[in-house]
Design a protein around this ligand. Structure first.
Ligand code: AKG
Ligand code: FE2
Length: 512
């Protein structure tokens, strides 16, 4: 039975689209779109492509040949993914050359052990590995990227016992290059953390098949464990009873097109020609709830899986969190520290703008609106985290042996070099620097440190509420602390947002 395809993904000229429109139509509504006209001047489009529009294998081999990369064999399945191996870029280019010359005759995509390998270079952390070679510029639509901005300054697994090597390579960032011959493909999946992704075709052509999230449940097997691997297989109806009811969206992505894949949309992708693409995964205030909901459901699954050993475990909660980090890429504590740092950074920047008494603050410029929206998004997610057992007094201190409250200490956070770098990157990504320049202003990020910002801007009674044990420091140890802090920002007389006309934010989650 063929696939039922009813959705066509719109194509929009990216040069004629404003950020606010993009956010409104696609980020907020979580709808896919193909954007054109945004890759002009990319060095990758020059250097990596021959005059006749094919991948420049010689160039790639000569310049990046020694890089070690992960390669998927599209003709071999291993559990829920394709079988992966490591090789150097030059080995991959040699393979590709031979493959194209026809020396690997059987271009057979059937999954059997005898078929020839069909190799696809995936998840190459190109930017991390070659920071000086500026292959492309991230289009402005995708720059509000909490994930990669954070990972440029911090490790995802703070103070955890995750293996460092694995942590550093796989989780260093989510900016990738993909390349492979015609016929290579990516099996059906939804992206890591249920993040958004964007994917830009440097050369070649891809066929995308996407499924809206409300239909995701139709992809699961009877045990609710695995999803369909290849939508073009004879999918066994007995095993996957919902699959025949799925209704798909599709598009063919040409060279120069960038596709935006929204959160939680399952997708399968086929290279119709020899193709090179650049893609990022990212999330921000618009889809932060997708990330938390995924963590919550993966946590429940991890917990159920080991429920029968609960009684013999010293620290059952920690074991669940360790498994969650290993399977999903982060656990509750990683995510919590992540949102704490975003909150601290957003509020520090707002506070600085306010102190400058610049008209930027009072006139609620785009940047100020943006930072306020960040706080609201964090608040809404923290609300859903409040009742979770992992954040109860009993469970927190046992976290990983590192002193949790020290990790959550705001003054310590502010004093770290990483934070300076992080806050600057947020300013850069939000266009704050540009707005400031227009007004002849400059934020002094050094003063984040010197003025004991958090301690100074709270009355002792607020500090007491945030940290009953210690009235001179602010430690954001639990979602409840974060909620109280953000409420204070909006409602307290000395809060960061006091004095702002908040009528622009109709969905503000608390009443004044
Ligand atoms: O291009 C591919 O093969 C897969 C890309 C993908 O899954 C993504 O960008 O989310
Ligand atoms: Fe994907």
């Amino acid at each position: 039975m063929g696939l039922r395809i009813e959705g066509k993904i719109a194509r929009v000229n990216g040069k004629e689209l404003r950020y606010a429109e993009f956010a409104e139509r696609y980020l907020t509504k979580n709808q896919p779109v193909v954007l054109t006209g945004l890759m002009e001047g990319w060095r990758a489009c020059e250097d990596w492509v021959t005059d006749d529009g094919r991948p420049n294998l010689g160039f790639l081999s000569a310049h990046f040949g020694v890089s070690k990369v992960t390669v998927a064999d599209c003709s071999r399945r291993e559990f829920t993914d394709q079988k992966r191996t490591e090789m150097s870029v030059s080995e991959f280019m040699d393979y590709w050359e031979m493959f194209s010359a026809g020396s690997c005759h059987s271009k057979n995509t059937n999954l059997n052990e005898d078929s020839q390998p069909l190799l696809y270079l995936k998840d190459w952390h190109f930017v991390k590995e070659h920071p000086a070679y500026v292959a492309y510029e991230t289009p402005s639509f995708f720059r509000d990227d909490w994930l990669n901005i954070y990972l440029d300054s911090y490790n995802m697994h703070q103070g955890s016992k995750m293996q460092r090597d694995q942590n550093e390579i796989n989780c260093s960032d989510y900016r990738f290059v993909y390349m492979g011959p015609k016929g290579t493909w990516t099996p059906l999946h939804a992206d890591v953390f249920r993040s958004y992704s964007w994917s830009a075709n440097v050369c070649g052509k891809k066929h995308w098949y996407l499924l809206p999230p409300f239909q995701s449940r139709l992809l699961f097997d009877r045990n609710q464990r695995n999803t369909v691997y290849n939508i073009f297989d004879e999918v066994c109806e007995n095993q996957f009873p919902g699959f025949p009811q799925t209704v798909w969206w599709e598009c063919v992505q040409e060279k120069g097109d960038i596709i935006f894949v929204p959160s939680g949309w399952f997708h399968q992708v086929h290279n119709l020609e020899d193709t090179i693409s650049i893609n990022h995964n990212w999330f921000n205030g618009h889809n932060l709830d997708f990330v938390w909901n995924l963590l919550l459901s993966d946590y429940c699954e991890a917990k159920n899986y080991i429920e029968d050993i609960r009684d013999i475990c010293d620290d059952f909660e920690w074991l669940c969190q360790r498994n969650l980090a290993a399977n999903t890429g982060m656990n509750f504590y990683d995510f919590f520290i992540f949102i704490v740092r975003w909150t601290v950074a957003s509020s520090v920047l707002l506070r600085q703008l306010k102190r400058e008494e610049s008209s930027l603050f009072s006139s609620l410029t785009k940047v100020v609106q943006h930072l306020v929206s960040n706080l609201i998004a964090v608040y809404n997610v923290a609300k859903g985290m409040e009742s979770v057992e992992a954040f109860t007094e009993d469970n927190l201190p046992r976290y990983s042996g590192e002193d949790w409250s020290l990790l959550c200490d705001v003054d310590r956070t502010l004093g770290e070099d990483e934070f300076q770098e992080f806050a600057r990157a947020i300013m850069e990504s939000n266009g704050l620097n540009d707005e400031l320049k227009e007004q002849d202003l400059e934020l002094n990020s050094e003063s984040f440190l010197s003025d004991g910002y958090f301690s100074a801007c709270f009355s002792p009674s607020v500090l007491q509420k945030l940290d009953p044990l210690c009235s001179s420091r602010v430690s954001l140890c639990s979602p409840g602390d974060l909620l109280r802090l953000i409420e204070h920002f909006f409602l307290g007389p000395d809060g960061v947002c006091s004095g702002l006309d908040l009528s622009l934010f109709p969905d503000i989650p608390f009443k004044s």
